[in-house]
Structure formats: C-alpha cells, structure tokens
Design a protein around this ligand. Structure first.
Ligand SMILES: [Zn+2]
Length: 116
C-alpha cells in the first residue's frame, strides 16, 4: 500500500510503500519514553522513504551512540520519522503522522530498546 504522512504544520511530508499497517511499536528506551509515539513495527529502506520538506525545516537529534537519528520539524516540533539504531540508515515512522492511520486503536508491540 502507498502511505503518506506529514508533521502537524505540513512543512515535513513523506511517502512510502508498505504492507497494510495493522500494528504499531512502542519502545522503552530513554527517548521513546519521553516521545510516547507509536512507531511503525517495520523498517523502511533509506531509498524507500521519500521526504519532501520545506527548506531548513527538518532538524535531527542524536545522542549516546549517535547511530540513530531522530528527525523533527523545527516549526511545529513534531517527530515524524527516525533512522534506527537497530538497523542503521533504515527508518521507522511516527504512525500518528501517517494519513488514514488511527494510531490509538492499533495493537501495540513493545520493544525493549532500553536493553539494546
Ligand atoms: Zn511541522
């Protein structure tokens, strides 16, 4: 299926193709605890996430190992996707940003990111 998504203000937009989304992932690592977002429980290859953002609006944050890269809109502050630590370069997306997905009703898989 073809999916599209955006941050809250719409300055960051993205599209990707994936199997139908039937579940989400939450994680107990230090940043996910504070973000509280429901993420895709699948990885998107770097070439398969098409990002269309307005200039200078997409910021990123890194910490600790500096492998994962957490992207957010510096206008509205919303986390839209990140490059993972588990599979460097590959993305997970914030399902709350994906059009047509009810992120509050999806079954949740828990990842023990704190132990990784
Ligand atoms: Zn925004």
């Amino acid at each position: 299926m073809d999916y599209s998504g955006s941050c809250h203000c719409g300055a960051v937009k993205f599209t990707f193709s994936a199997d139908q989304i039937t579940e989400g992932l939450r994680c107990n690592c230090s940043i996910c605890l504070k973000k509280g977002a429901l993420m895709s429980n699948f990885f998107i290859a770097p070439d398969d996430l098409r990002i269309e953002s307005e200039p200078d609006v997409l910021s990123s944050y890194q910490f600790a190992s500096h492998v994962a890269k957490h992207f957010f809109c510096n206008n509205c502050g919303i986390y839209s996707f990140h490059q993972t630590k588990r599979k460097p370069g590959f993305y997970r997306v914030n399902l709350g940003c994906v059009d047509g997905i009810d992120s509050l009703s999806l079954p949740v898989v828990l990842a023990d990111g704190a132990a990784f």
